[in-house]
Design a protein. Structure first.
Length: 400
């Protein structure tokens, strides 16, 4: 039997980037003591008040069809959050709820690009981007990010990538996997490129609430960019709600109509009790969230300090998100070889960053989403592993 060409467009290196994570998971299931640092699922519970709101909604019988674009209460709560974070009022009619940020990304790209179009993406990039762009029928064009530049996008490099077929720039700040956070000045320069070439700017901001002394700026708030910017966000990282699958899009009002039609064809709306819990998450104060952000910063500092005191290793200290890019080039091994040996010989699972794009070659994406004691144990194992490599005669580098 034959399948549609669509399924072939979903096959890409990004979809295979999780092979090490899957292998590590199987070893855990078999009883091996593997420290799992290969996924960005916060190791914190969803705030208790959010869970209570979901339970109350279920007990009240709110288990029927809901609004395709999200309930008015949820869209108003999202608009209020956007205003609190960015200082710019948003009409709830410009907000559409989706099945997680992944659903928002898929919906946005399908509404903005198609066969014959190009979507420009800085890389390394989150691994699902390639599949989403492929699903739309558009072509992905990448712009390399360099560790020596702290993985910040150069607007001049972006402009060189633009062609007459360019339709969308897909931008991520704070960035996954590198943790780079773009400044207002950088975003203004990037926005100017989008304006000159009439590009949509899809801004993935799911890590916007997790920064380390560097403010998150949404390009949607900059002069002249609101009508060409589509913001993607969710509760997954900010509220430890990955499994709840609540995300949203903030974009031009006309886009909400197209997103409604796509939602009608694809998911027919989020569960009502999940939407009510999400509104409670956005509108109430949850002391757990500040503790979570503080813990991520402490873990970031722990990893950076320890790695920079290990032979042959260095790291790019992230400005946001939940990962550290560990530079393993001094060992003489590629990312994938190093990552698999670390798993096999030290029982630590961290993803080879070249799975996120060729500019990640020589780096591991080291997640901060394991309990601090386990993270400390993983660092101890990493130290023993690389000192063993050094003793065996592997080349060494000096950390900056």
């Amino acid at each position: 039997m034959r399948y549609a060409p669509f399924v072939q467009r979903l096959e890409n290196k990004g979809s295979r980037a999780w092979e090490l994570h899957a292998a590590a998971g199987r070893r855990v299931a078999q009883g091996h003591d593997v420290v799992m640092l290969s996924i960005g699922d916060p190791d914190f519970d969803t705030p208790a008040g959010v869970v209570d709101a979901a339970v109350a909604s279920l007990r009240a019988g709110h288990t029927h069809y809901s609004w395709i674009e999200g309930s008015p209460e949820l869209r108003r709560a999202i608009a209020r959050r956007h205003e609190r974070m960015h200082g710019v009022a948003v009409d709830p009619d410009r907000v559409v709820a989706t099945l997680g940020a992944q659903g928002a990304l898929y919906s946005a790209i399908l509404c903005l690009a198609g066969p014959g179009d190009e979507v420009i993406v800085p890389e390394p990039m989150y691994v699902t981007y390639e599949g989403v762009i492929g699903a739309s029928g558009a072509t992905m064009v990448t712009v390399p990010l360099r560790g020596e530049d702290r993985f910040h996008l150069d607007p001049a490099a972006l402009e060189r990538a633009v062609t007459p077929r360019s339709r969308v720039l897909l931008l991520t700040s704070p960035h996954n996997p590198t943790g780079a956070v773009l400044s207002r000045e950088e975003l203004a320069a990037i926005g100017a490129v989008c304006t000159r070439h009439d590009l949509w700017l899809v801004s993935d901001e799911v890590y916007g609430s997790v920064t380390y002394g560097v403010p998150h700026v949404s390009p949607s708030t900059l002069p002249g960019l609101a009508e060409r910017t589509v913001v993607i966000d969710s509760l997954s990282k900010s509220h430890a709600m990955c499994g709840w699958r609540v995300g949203w899009i903030v974009g031009p009002r006309a886009m909400a109509h197209h997103l409604y039609n796509l939602g009608l064809a694809m998911h027919y709306g989020l569960p009502t009790f999940v939407q009510e819990a999400a509104a409670a998450a956005l509108d109430a104060e949850h002391p757990e969230l500040e503790r979570m952000r503080r813990t991520f910063r402490e873990r970031r500092d722990l990893v950076a300090d320890r790695v920079r005191n290990m032979p042959m290793l260095d790291c790019v200290v992230p400005e946001g998100a939940m990962y550290v890019m560990v530079d393993v080039r001094g060992t003489g091994m590629g990312s994938e070889t190093f990552a698999w040996r670390l798993l096999d010989e030290a029982n630590v699972a961290a993803l080879p960053a070249d799975g996120f794009g060729p500019s990640g070659a020589g780096y591991l994406r080291w997640s901060l989403t394991a309990p601090t004691a386990r993270l400390d144990e993983a660092l101890r194992r990493l130290d023993v592993f690389v000192r063993g490599l050094a003793a065996a005669g592997a080349p060494a580098i000096t950390a900056e």
